[in-house]
Design a protein around this ligand. Structure first.
Ligand code: NDP
Length: 291
């Protein structure tokens, strides 16, 4: 068996194209959607994510208010910036790139962002509204995973979804979303204290790997025919690669393809969807600013 490759790159491109059309009509109503992306320091992965976001903003025709601060920016300085962006009516979305340097309390910064501009969907107000199925901004990666499943025609109703990882930005929100009445999956969440991980993952009709551990999901951990969504993005050294490293997922991709029914690659799987959903959230924030 050879798994169908779920092409996140193409699905994300069509999402961005739809967003671009809506941005253009919003501009005719006098609203110019704008996202402020705040980067503190020079973490290489963060620099690369921020440049991916800048490229997407340009493509969909939104204003990119990128702010790059030095690594020694104080917590107070960052809080003041967030408050200024909250008050700025020309800014519709605010994204503070994580992780922040260790002297800054991330939760304090996330909570300081106006929930109406929290296009990352990490503010407790948005997470709470997600839980009780009220209007909110969904976190971009979990939302992107749902769109991938929907666009690929994967049946979630009654399916057993097993998620490896319980972070606040991926595993936990995804578990809530998949269990909601609009997906109706039965969800198991695994983590480092899970006993016999393979016994859990082998039950999955939909297996979602979000652990941040290169190739930890091996072919023998996958139920034949399962849909496998690999959220992991891990840099592994590779002397033959131009940059000296390459990106691999949490799934041991080639052997997994022989067992899974459908699978996302890394790169060109979940990653582009995350950015596409960020564009969509920013568009929605701009539309809501007209209310
Ligand atoms: P975190 O490190 O915050 O969380 C990882 C989770 O995985 C934890 O809950 C941890 O368990 C669990 N875990 C780690 N190793 C194992 C293991 N061996 N067995 C079982 N559970 C394990 O990571 P994130 O959620 O932030 O990110 C996960 C991955 O997804 C990373 O590779 C990251 O780069 C990638 N990512 C990709 C995005 C995209 O757009 N494609 C967006 C965001 C993240 P415990 O809680 O017990 O420690």
């Amino acid at each position: 068996m050879s798994a169908t490759i779920i092409d996140g790159f193409t699905i994300a491109a069509s999402t961005r194209a739809r967003v671009a059309e809506q941005v253009s009509s919003l501009k005719k109503s006098g609203v110019d959607p704008c996202l402020a992306v705040v980067l503190v320091g020079d973490n290489p992965a963060s620099v690369s994510y921020v440049s991916g976001k800048a490229k997407a903003l340009q493509e969909v025709g939104m204003i990119d208010r990128s702010i790059h601060l030095p690594a020694d920016t104080s917590e107070d300085e960052l809080l003041t910036l967030v408050q200024d962006l909250n008050a700025d009516k020309t800014v519709h979305g605010i994204l503070v790139q994580l992780p922040l340097p260790s002297h800054i309390n991330e939760q304090l910064i996330i909570v300081a962002i106006d929930p109406a501009k929290d296009v990352d969907g990490f503010h407790p107000v948005n997470l709470g509204n997600m839980l009780i199925e009220r209007e909110c901004f969904l976190p971009c990666t979990p939302h992107g995973v749902l769109v991938l499943l929907r666009e690929t025609g994967v049946q979630t109703v009654g399916a057993h979804a097993v998620i490896v990882g319980r972070s606040n930005i991926v595993g936990k929100p995804l578990s809530i979303l998949l269990a909601r009445r609009d997906c109706n999956a039965t969800v198991t969440v695994c983590h480092t204290k899970t006993r016999d991980l393979g016994a859990m993952t082998r039950q999955a009709d939909i297996l979602i790997a979000a652990a941040g551990s290169p190739r930890m999901i091996t072919a023998d951990m996958i139920k034949p025919g399962a849909t496998v969504i690999d959220v992991g993005v891990n840099r592994v050294s590779d002397a033959t690669a131009k940059k000296g490293y390459r990106l691999v997922g949490d799934v041991d991709f080639e052997p997994a393809c022989a067992v899974a029914g459908a699978i996302t690659p890394v790169p060109r799987g979940v990653g582009p969807m995350t950015i596409a959903m960020l564009m969509e959230n920013t568009l929605v924030a701009a539309e809501r600013s007209m209310r």
